[in-house]
Design a protein around this ligand. Structure first.
Ligand code: PEP
Ligand code: MG
Length: 604
């Protein structure tokens, strides 16, 4: 039966495909398609992993049987029995074989997909004892995965036994088959998850998924931002989507309306298929603007810069016609490094190489590198994220984040600064500091920048002329602008946080997402004033928050005097189209009206 789930539209377009349900804890396995000729080898990899675990648990079972009752509690023996039984259950191995053979999923993906499918069946069981067996199954699969990666897992607790259940038949409805590609590996896949961290999302950047749905998240959460940068339709904050949608369900993601349609009828599919093709045509038309300079009808030149998360994003930035990078979110080099045989933080050389790659990739155009903005919804690792989201007492958005985090660990910060300065001798780099709000922090930051340069001087390592800028993302900063203008070469409005902190609305919380309002008079006042003050002082100012890429706000920002916008490459051409159609000389009265209105949304 067709039903729909509403969420927040974060990345435009239509995606139609089959649902792949993935739990956050299982996201760090690789997801890719294999060649048909590799099917046997992939099945063999899982089989070997499983056999190794059976062996390991068998040996353990033997030693437990040799122990006295006191040494080896009854629960341990029972747990081993259950785990061994689960490992030998056909439901696991047959399912894995199916995903590998029929869908050409790689071994790890097949294993976690089957786990997700069985886990949901456990969730639906009435018997509490059986329901709890889900944890055993997860442990068993975790062990197999570790063995496949060559890392053994220490023994964990658990007991019980799952019961086989009937697998839900999920054949396409009559008509779906004809309208979509046939029911084979060619069908696009839609990732459905309760939550995805920004680092998880980034991992899927080059992946097989055609769209995303998550239960949680706000419009400007970093997960949504990365989704947008991938130019793939996405809906976040869809509340219970991951419990309502089942593995392999056919789904449509309408990234424009923020709706997910599950098990669509052929008529609905036809309609959305049409919309999807229209979108593709429109994108084709827009691509012709790539080399057109962004100049308004009255001759105002506008700089359109790109926001990037990784050095390789420079390709997309150039393809979209960006004239530089206005925000390189360097924290993505620091995130998701847990458990992959890397050090927790990237060292100076690793960072230098990454920054140099971005600079080289931009072929002589300027690159603004923002120093690390870890914290809030961008924790260093997933474990920390889980702990934070479960701890209702902490408020990470108001905690040790961004420059606060950097100043709390000067060695880490100096390492990053040296790496950035080193890269500056290979191209134009600007350095930007996030979340500053007090003069004391400014002094500390500038002192460390001086120290990093002195470190390089001492080793005769060259560096270029790097302009230093600050982000205006806290109302306090926007209210003491003269201080910022005194110490920095340029400013950039981080409107995502500026809105969050001005309105006290957690940008990652879908429960208050409806109150997250870029058009709130207080927000508009802070933005307009910052732009105006910078202009008066002759300082460069840009907007690098999501407002810069929102075409419904382009005219307003232009009217406020903004001439530099930084956004995800995917949005650049649409914004450029609006710029080309705008005459800024005619906006003055209207902008004044907006800025003095009680409810600007009525006019904009
Ligand atoms: C912002 O806050 O607007 C911004 C650009 O930084 P981030 O989204 O990474 O917090
Ligand atoms: Mg910010």
């Amino acid at each position: 039966m067709t039903f729909s789930v509403r969420g927040l539209a974060v990345a435009q377009g239509i995606a139609i495909g089959r649902a792949v349900l993935i739990a956050s804890s299982r996201l760090d396995v690789a997801h890719y398609f294999i060649e048909e000729s590799d099917v046997e080898a992939e099945i063999e990899r899982v089989r070997n992993g499983r056999d190794a675990v059976i062996d390991e648990l068998g040996r353990l079972q033997h030693s437990v049987s040799q122990m006295s009752r006191k040494e080896a509690p009854h629960e341990l023996a029972a747990m081993l029995d259950v785990h061994l039984m689960l490992l030998q259950d056909d439901m696991l191995s047959d399912g894995v074989k199916h995903w590998i053979t029929d869908r050409l999923y790689n071994a790890e993906w097949a294993l976690t997909t089957q786990l997700e499918l069985i886990a949901r069946q456990f969730d639906d069981m009435e018997d509490e004892y059986l329901r709890e067996r889900k944890a055993d199954l997860e442990q068993v699969v975790e062990r197999i995965l570790r063995h496949m990666q060559g890392v053994a897992l220490p023994l964990v607790d658990g007991d019980g036994q799952p019961k086989r259940d009937t697998k839900r038949e999920n054949k396409p409805r009559k008509g779906q088959q004809d309208l979509l590609l046939d029911d084979t590996i060619d069908v696009p896949l839609i990732l459905v998850a309760h939550d995805l961290s920004p680092a998880d999302m980034l991992q899927f950047k080059q992946s097989v998924f055609a769209g995303f749905v998550t239960d949680v998240g706000g419009k400007t959460s970093h997960t949504a931002i990365v989704a947008r940068s991938m130019n793939i339709p996405a809906v976040v904050g869809a509340r219970s989507a991951s419990t309502l949608i089942r593995q392999d369900d056919w789904v449509i993601i309408d990234g424009d309306a923020g709706v997910v349609i599950v098990d669509p009828s052929p008529i609905i599919l036809a309609e959305y298929g049409f919309k999807q093709r229209q979108g593709e045509l429109e994108r084709g038309r827009l691509s012709r603007l790539r080399n057109t300079p962004a100049v308004t009808m009255d001759g105002e030149k506008i700089e359109l810069l790109a926001n990037i998360e990784q050095p390789d994003d420079a390709v997309a930035a150039l393809n979209a016609g960006a004239v530089g990078v206005g925000l390189f979110r360097s924290e993505f080099l620091f995130m998701g490094r847990d458990g992959k045989g890397q050090s927790k933080l990237p060292n100076e050389e690793e960072q230098f190489q990454a920054y140099k790659r971005a600079v080289d990739g931009m072929q002589g155009l300027p690159v603004t590198i923002r120093t690390v903005d870890i914290g809030a919804d961008k924790p260093l690792d997933r474990q920390e994220r889980l702990e934070k989201t479960q701890d209702t007492h902490l408020n990470p958005a108001l905690g040790l984040r961004a420059i606060r985090w950097s100043l709390a660990d000067p060695d880490m910060f100096l390492t990053q600064l040296r790496a950035i300065f080193r890269a500056s001798s290979f191209g134009q780099i600007k350095l930007m500091i996030p979340m500053l709000c007090a003069v004391g922090e400014i002094h500390q930051t500038l002192a460390l920048i001086k120290q990093a340069k002195a470190d390089l001087d001492a080793k005769s390592i060259p560096y270029g002329d790097v302009k230093i800028g600050a982000m205006i993302e806290i109302p306090a900063a926007a209210l003491i602008l003269p201080t910022f203008l005194k110490y920095f070469d340029f400013l950039s409005l981080g409107t995502n946080d500026l809105i969050q902190y001005t309105l006290a609305i957690d940008r990652a919380d879908e429960a208050v997402a409806h109150m997250y309002d870029p058009l709130h008079p207080a927000v508009l006042h802070l933005i307009a004033n910052t732009i105006q003050q910078c202009k008066l002082q002759g300082k460069d100012v840009s907007v690098c928050g999501e407002m810069a890429g929102d075409v419904s706000l382009t005219r307003l920002l232009l009217g406020m005097g903004l001439r530099c916008f930084s956004m995800h490459p995917a949005q650049i051409l649409t914004v450029k189209q609006h710029i080309l159609r705008t005459d800024t000389s005619k906006l003055k009265d209207w902008v004044q009206q907006v800025l003095t209105s009680e409810n600007p949304a009525e006019i904009v």
